[in-house]
Design a protein around this ligand. Structure first.
Ligand SMILES: N[C@@H](Cc1ccc(O)cc1)C(=O)O
Length: 384
């Protein structure tokens, strides 16, 4: 394989990433003309929202660079993390995630031939895997396990023991999914460092790690599934999308922590590039002006700082493009009885009016009565 080809692939694999640990692992594979194997894991908890386009675009770029990609639907991790996903619903949520994520890839026009889904519980209950969990837990200290999960696993007083198992399982997944690299957000960094240190303790090899920046959501902070207004559901209607974007925080002339601009940078521009032309168009018909046409985020930032590109113009253009991306997802959902049934069962609508808090018992770890705060209550309510 020509060197230029390998370097083009590396450029596509690295685009927009904040950090890569052990890039030489990937470079070597590309130089030998082979296809790197990469995985991305997601715990099947809350409903995936538009923030999922950010990792999805990176995965689409890995696929376009010829990589083999595995998406791990981490059902067991969903409940190890303080029962974020109740055990009874976890299987159904795996199905829901599979539908949604597949639809996202179709929406960005990426062939999913080299993409594989794996359900965590399909191998994390095997005797070999479990024996490795025991082995790792005998050589990793409680302190190190806690530190590895500090930014990912929900931290509470009287935390359940499962939160310490979570990092051990995530580290072993690299070995059992037989990959060269793991991809995730910068919030996974401590887990990725742990993987580098822990796998060799069992005689397994170190992997590379690819990290996306934490992209601000529409409210300026990280998109979160527990804050209704900060996220746009992948199945929201055009009207709802338009309303939510109108309410989004986009301070005039300020490009930092601007979730609307970030969405163009990390989703809309790369999605357009994957479809053939990196371009983002801002119509100005209402002002009787020619449209603004951008091919780089730097040009947009400059115009935004100078207020040539106002928040109003930007929001209207983002609403239009996002609705175009969501249209095929909405259409597929509307046409699929199976998906609709899964959605209802995986995320049963809250019982009307009755604000019942899920009763895990007063002695349930992580839920000692005195530690319940408003956020916990909200989360519990949205899950009944
Ligand atoms: N830790 C990931 C989920 C995950 C679970 C298991 C893995 O092997 C990888 C990733 C998250 O925060 O969403």
């Amino acid at each position: 394989m020509a060197a230029a080809d390998a370097s083009e692939k590396l450029a596509l694999i690295s685009e927009n990433l904040t950090e890569i640990l052990n890039p030489e692992i990937i470079e070597k594979i590309l130089a030998e003309g082979r296809h790197p194997k990469i995985y991305w894991g997601t715990a099947t908890t809350g409903r995936p929202h538009c923030g999922y386009f950010v990792p999805a675009i990176k995965i689409a770029q890995y696929l376009a660079a010829g990589c083999h990609v595995t998406i791990l639907l981490a059902d067991i991790h969903g409940f190890l993390d303080n029962l974020k996903a109740p055990i009874e619903l976890v299987e159904l949520r795996v199905e829901y995630y599979r539908y949604v994520i597949t639809a996202i890839f179709k929406a960005v026009g990426v062939s999913t031939e080299k993409l594989k889904f794996v359900q965590g519980s399909s191998y994390q209950k095997s005797p070999e895997y479990i024996m490795d969990v025991y082995k790792l837990s005998s050589v990793i200290s409680e302190h190190d396990a806690k530190r590895a999960g500090a930014e990912v696993v929900k931290q509470t007083d009287n935390a359940p023991l499962s939160g310490l198992l979570y990092p051990i399982l995530q580290v072993l997944d690299e070995q059992y999914l037989d990959v060269d690299a793991q991809f995730g957000g910068l919030d996974q960094r401590k887990l990725f460092i742990a993987a580098k240190e822990w796998l060799p303790k069992l005689g397994y090899k170190e992997r590379a790690h690819l990290m996306n920046p934490m992209v601000p959501g529409l409210k300026g902070a990280k998109m979160s599934s527990s804050d209704e207004d900060s996220k746009i559901d992948l199945l929201d209607s055009p009207d709802v999308v338009s309303k939510k974007i109108r309410k989004a925080v986009a301070t005039p002339k300020v490009v930092e922590e601007n979730g609307v601009l970030a969405f163009v940078e990390y989703v809309l521009l790369p999605a357009a590039a994957l479809k053939g032309e990196r371009k983002f168009v801002v119509e100005r018909e209402r002002d009787g002006l020619e449209p603004l046409v951008y091919s780089t985020i730097q040009q947009m930032h400059e115009d935004y700082r100078n207020d040539v590109l106002s928040p109003q113009l930007l929001k209207a253009a983002v609403t239009k493009s996002l609705n175009e991306l969501l249209a095929p997802i909405n259409a597929e959902f509307a046409a699929s009885k199976e998906w609709q049934e899964i959605a209802l069962k995986a995320y049963p609508p809250p019982a009307k009016k009755e604000k019942k808090v899920k009763d895990k018992g007063t002695r349930h770890p992580g839920k000692a009565a005195e530690t319940i705060n408003v956020k916990d209550l909200k989360e519990a309510v949205s899950e009944v």
